[in-house]
Design a protein around this ligand. Structure first.
Ligand SMILES: [Ca+2]
Ligand SMILES: [Ca+2]
Length: 255
């Protein structure tokens, strides 16, 4: 009996040590862009979320502070977003959408946005790519990216957006000598005040270069263009930014 217990305890110890070393192996593969990405996802789950000032509640039907009215759903805009393969999106420094499917199947994320202008949209889009090789499907395929967005009727993705790549590879598509280049992602890339003036403009791609899957055709992207940075195959983590001007909101936003 004692021998059986000892054997079981030893087995449990071996398994636990192996699990810990596996965790370490996974951690060592995580690059800086993944850290930024994971931090954004933890924000989405409510961690590290800045505390909002407590506001007095307006009564039912009462006016909102500042003499402004309360917004209704008719004030919102519908945002449709499709990324090959995944994205997170901030508007005016706030996380408003996280792609619910990181890899495949390709999906459209459709959310309501309460517009406040100037509206700074910042998106981190990622093609599925191994952090060390730039390849996908167990290093069997280089893959490619792609991004398209439409918010309301007027805000669409296009060459007027900024687009900067932070993860390139495999260099020269060399599948025999797999190497990647990573550039540090600025901590404040998603903020309204971030200076993107030196960033290049987005490059526009044709629909047949992207080959979008069915969910794309089930949503309204009329007028929007497919964008990415220069190389749709080798650029794997791209940040897009755009600031849109518009009228001051006639409604109270809670800020
Ligand atoms: Ca996705
Ligand atoms: Ca892809």
């Amino acid at each position: 009996m004692k021998t059986t217990i000892l054997i079981m305890l030893s087995l449990a110890l071996v398994l636990s040590t192996k699990a810990q070393s596996n965790q370490k192996a996974v951690k060592s593969k995580v690059g800086p862009d993944i850290v930024a990405y994971q931090e954004a996802r933890s924000l989405a789950q409510g961690q590290n979320q800045p505390k909002r000032k407590r506001q007095r509640r307006g009564g039912r039907g009462g006016s909102a502070p500042g003499g402004k009215r309360k917004p209704t759903m008719s004030d919102t805009l519908r945002a449709n977003v499709y990324a090959d393969n995944t994205f997170i999106m901030y508007i005016n420094g706030n996380l408003v959408a996280v792609d619910s499917i990181e890899f495949i199947p390709h999906n459209v994320v459709s959310v309501d946005v309460l517009p406040e202008y100037p509206m700074t949209i910042a998106v981190m889009a990622k093609d599925n790519a191994d952090q060390e090789t730039g390849m996908e499907y167990e290093n069997t395929n280089i893959g490619d990216g792609g991004f398209i967005l439409k918010i309301g009727e007027k805000i669409v993705s296009g060459k007027h957006w900024k687009a900067k790549n932070f993860f390139h590879g495999p260099i020269k598509s060399d599948e025999k000598n797999l190497k990647v280049i990573k550039t540090t992602i600025p901590n404040d890339w998603f903020k309204a005040g971030f200076d993107d003036s030196s960033w290049p403009s987005a490059k526009v791609f044709q629909e047949d270069e992207i080959g979008p899957k069915q969910p794309y055709f089930d949503h309204d992207f009329t007028g929007a263009k497919w964008i990415w940075s220069d190389d749709i195959k080798l650029d794997n983590t791209v940040i897009f930014r755009l600031t849109v001007d518009g009228p001051e909101a006639g409604f109270y936003t809670g800020r």
